[in-house]
Design a protein around this ligand. Structure first.
Ligand SMILES: NC(=O)c1ccc[n+]([C@@H]2O[C@H](COP(=O)([O-])OP(=O)(O)OC[C@H]3O[C@@H](n4cnc5c(N)ncnc54)[C@H](OP(=O)(O)O)[C@@H]3O)[C@@H](O)[C@H]2O)c1
Length: 325
């Protein structure tokens, strides 16, 4: 039985990958930062530590067959440049060095559709021009470039996956939106005609599984997610329908909020405070996220099973079970 290392194995995607790929027959090792209360799942081997720590990463990579690297400072919207670069780029470098040293059979790099930023070409594909819009997206792109450079120099077997916006049990990023819509307090900024495309977490895990030990995935980039995109206005209506409340009706212009977000970041980031409002959060209302998954369908026979409405429904059920809605 092959052993997989999943970095960030206690994160949203990482924990679903660990569970799903364990069920698919892999032995799982995870590398994770202990948040204090975390206890290791008995079915997984766990290495605690920071992705930037060479000794920790070397220990984690030693002896595994394949590595899936998901660690990122994703949730830290207002994080400073050094932190984003340190985790997303330098951290990736530390993992790549260990992958090379230990002659790992395959390196699967978790990137993001965010490297394309807000897309003009609809739907965008793996070859659409890069257009990263913030420090997170810029450093994710830098990491991808580093991965390919390293792959060429050291003849690694690499696959890059760019997941679309994840949704499903375990997600907390969309919770605020669902809550506000339920309470009738959600305010729409701007016209809300930008596209949004959710990717149900189990479908994304399946996309990763299909890339493992699959020569059709070696040296390739895949966009993985659901295949429906809708304008934000429609997304808000579907969420409201599934919550059985009225769709949000209040709308205010976007531009003043962008100024406020920028101001919040300028004040909070130097003080080490997570800004309550930041440009990345506001970019939700501006950025077009509409992607084609045709390549994954064709080469990997990838077929997402959970449609957009059902993704939302299942996410609501989970929020309710947690007592959050
Ligand atoms: N969620 C999405 O919509 C989405 C969409 C496209 C791509 N992605 C990509 O998917 C991956 C996983 O995202 P996610 O949504 O699962 O986010 P997440 O829940 O925040 O997971 C990221 C994981 O990385 C860990 N991490 C951060 N800094 C670390 C460090 N210095 N050392 C060790 N571990 C560290 C986090 O641990 P802590 O909790 O201790 O910080 C967390 O477990 C990321 O690469 C992200 O770019 C996500």
């Amino acid at each position: 039985m092959e052993q997989l290392l999943i970095t960030g194995g206690n994160g949203f995607l990482g924990s679903h990958l660990a569970e799903g790929l364990h069920q698919a027959g892999y032995r799982i090792k995870i590398l994770a930062r202990n948040r204090g209360s975390d206890t290791p799942a008995p079915e997984f081997e766990t290495v605690w530590g920071d992705i930037r720590d060479e000794a920790v990463v070397d220990h984690a990579v030693r002896g595994v067959d394949r590595v899936i690297h998901t660690v990122s400072n994703f949730r830290k919207g207002g994080s400073d440049k050094d932190q984003a670069h340190g985790i997303n780029v330098e951290g990736t470098k530390v993992v790549l060095e260990a992958v090379r040293r230990h002659k790992v059979k395959q390196y699967v790099h978790c990137s993001t559709i965010g490297v394309h930023g807000s897309v003009l070409e609809i739907p965008a594909t793996e070859t659409t021009a890069f257009n990263p819009g913030d420090i997170y997206q810029q450093t994710k792109l830098e990491a991808e470039e580093l991965v390919w450079e390293f792959t060429r120099h050291h003849c690694l077997t690499t696959t890059v996956i760019r997941p679309i916006s994840l949704i499903g049990p375990g997600d907390t990023r969309m919770l605020k939106l669902f809550r506000m819509i339920k309470k009738g307090r959600f305010i729409k900024f701007g016209p809300c005609n930008a596209y949004f495309q959710p990717a149900y977490i189990d479908d994304v895990v399946e996309g990763f599984r299909l890339c493992l030990d699959n020569p059709k995935a070696f040296g390739e980039v895949f966009i993985i997610g659901g295949d429906e995109y809708v304008p934000l206005e429609t997304l808000f209506t579907i969420i409201a329908e599934e919550l059985q409340v009225k769709p949000p009706a209040i709308r205010i212009p976007l531009t003043p909020m962008l100024w406020a977000a920028s101001l919040c970041e300028t004040i909070c980031v130097p003080l080490g405070i997570e800004p309550p409002l930041h440009r990345r959060r506001m970019s939700f209302f501006q950025n077009n996220r509409a992607f084609s998954i045709a390549k994954a369908k064709k080469r990997l026979d990838y077929r997402p099973r959970i449609n957009l409405r059902e993704s939302i429904r299942r996410t609501i059920v989970w929020y309710e079970q947690e007592g959050w809605l």
